[in-house]
Write a protein that binds this ligand. Structure first.
Ligand code: ZN
Length: 316
C-alpha cells in the first residue's frame, strides 16, 4: 500500500523559561507532561513533551526552552497557528478560564468554524476549537474535567511561502485530501483521530524568523519504518534534501524543508513513549538518550529543577 500520513505526529516549538512553559501548558491548559528529557543536540537544555492522557500520536506538543534566545517572529515560512481540539460545548469554559488567568483572546473563523485564539507566554499562537470526534483525554487537572480537557491537536494553520507547492506535497506525497478552499485558506484533511486538519494560508504576509515564540518544526505521522523509507525515497526522487533516519528513542525521524520553507519531519508512530518509563509515570523523571546516561549527574546539575503540575490519570 502507498504510505500516507494520518496527520500530525507532534509539533515542536521554541520557548523561553522552562518553568513558565510548564506552568502554562500544565496548569493553564491542563495538559499532561509526558516526557521530561533533553535536546538530543544540546543535552544541557530540556526537551519537554505534553499530550493527552493516553500519550497518543497526534496530541504531542514538544518544547525547546531556550532561555535568553532571541524572540522570533511568527510569519511566513513557519507553522503559524497550533490548533487544539476541545470537547463539544467547552469553548465557553475555556473563554472563562483564559479570563481568569488574564489572557487575551480573539475569535477567529475559518470555513464557518469558530476558533478561540490566544498566545502562550512566549508568543506562540494557539487556538482551541470544538470537536465532536476523537476520544476524550484520560487526564484531568483541577477544574478541567474530561468534558473540557484538551483532546489533542485539531490541526494547524501553515504560513507557507509557497502555499500551492506545500498543498501539493501534502496531497501527492503524504496523502492528504483537499477538502475546502476559499480566498484565505486551502483546507486539507487526513483520517487521523487528531491532527488531521491542515489549513494553508493562501496570501503572503511578513516573513517569519526563528526564535522564542515560534514553531521549530512539524512532524507528520507515518506508520512504521518501512513506510518511512518509502516516503524518504519518494521525497528524494522529488529533489527534497531528506536527512537519514534519526533514532529519537520514542520514534524514528526524517527531516526536510518543504518548498514553502517550513521544516517538516516524518515520524513513526512507534516505539512509543513508554520505552523508558512506565506509562503511568510518564514525564515524572528525567529520561536521557542512552549516549548521555554517563553524564546524567552533570546534566541534572545544570538543568533547572522544574515544578510540574500533576493532575489525575484515569486508567479505565
Ligand atoms: Zn520533531
Amino acid at each position: 500500500m502507498t504510505p500516507y500520513s494520518k496527520g500530525i505526529h507532534h509539533i515542536t516549538s521554541i520557548v523561553g523559561d522552562p518553568q513558565e512553559n510548564v506552568d502554562f501548558y500544565g496548569n493553564v491548559l491542563g495538559m499532561r507532561m509526558t516526557k521530561k528529557t533533553v535536546n538530543h543536540d544540546d543535552p544541557e537544555t530540556y526537551h519537554l513533551y505534553f499530550s493527552n492522557g493516553q500519550a497518543d500520536p497526534g496530541t504531542h506538543i514538544t518544547f525547546f526552552p531556550w532561555e535568553g534566545a532571541m524572540r522570533g517572529r511568527v510569519g511566513d515560512g513557519q507553522v503559524g497557528v497550533t490548533v487544539y481540539a476541545v470537547p463539544k460545548g467547552s469553548l465557553e469554559f475555556w473563554k472563562h478560564r483564559l479570563k481568569t488567568f488574564d489572557i487575551d483572546f480573539s475569535l477567529e473563523k475559518r470555513f464557518g468554524k469558530t476558533y478561540l485564539r490566544f498566545h502562550d507566554p512566549h508568543g506562540l499562537v494557539l487556538e482551541l476549537s470544538e470537536r465532536e470526534t476523537g476520544k476524550l483525554s484520560s487526564y484531568t487537572y483541577g477544574d478541567i474535567d474530561q468534558a473540557h480537557a484538551i483532546k489533542g491537536f485539531d490541526g494547524v494553520v501553515l504560513y507557507s511561502l509557497s502555499p500551492s507547492e506545500t498543498a501539493q506535497l501534502l496531497v501527492d506525497v503524504l496523502g492528504f485530501k483537499k477538502a475546502k478552499e476559499d480566498a484565505r485558506h486551502i483546507r486539507l484533511v487526513s483520517d487521523g483521530e487528531f491532527g488531521d486538519t491542515v489549513d494553508i494560508k493562501r496570501t503572503l504576509d511578513e516573513k517569519g524568523f526563528q526564535g522564542t515564540g515560534t514553531v521549530h518544526h512539524i512532524a507528520w505521522r507515518t506508520q512504521d519504518d518501512a513506510s518511512q523509507q518509502t516516503l524518504q525515497s519518494t521525497l528524494n526522487d522529488q529533489s527534497y534534501h531528506v536527512t537519514p533516519v534519526i533514532d529519537r528513542k520514542y520514534f524514528h525521524s526524517i527531516y526536510f524543508r518543504e518548498r514553502g520553507k517550513i521544516l517538516f519531519e516524518i515520524a513513526t508512530d512507534g516505539p512509543g513513549f513508554d520505552v523508558d518509563e512506565p506509562f503511568e509515570a510518564l514525564g515524572e523523571s528525567l529520561t536521557l538518550p542512552e549516549r548521555y546516561e554517563p553524564y546524567r549527574a552533570r546534566i541534572e546539575q545544570i538543568l533547572k529543577p522544574l515544578e510540574v503540575p500533576r493532575g489525575k490519570l484515569s486508567t479505565d
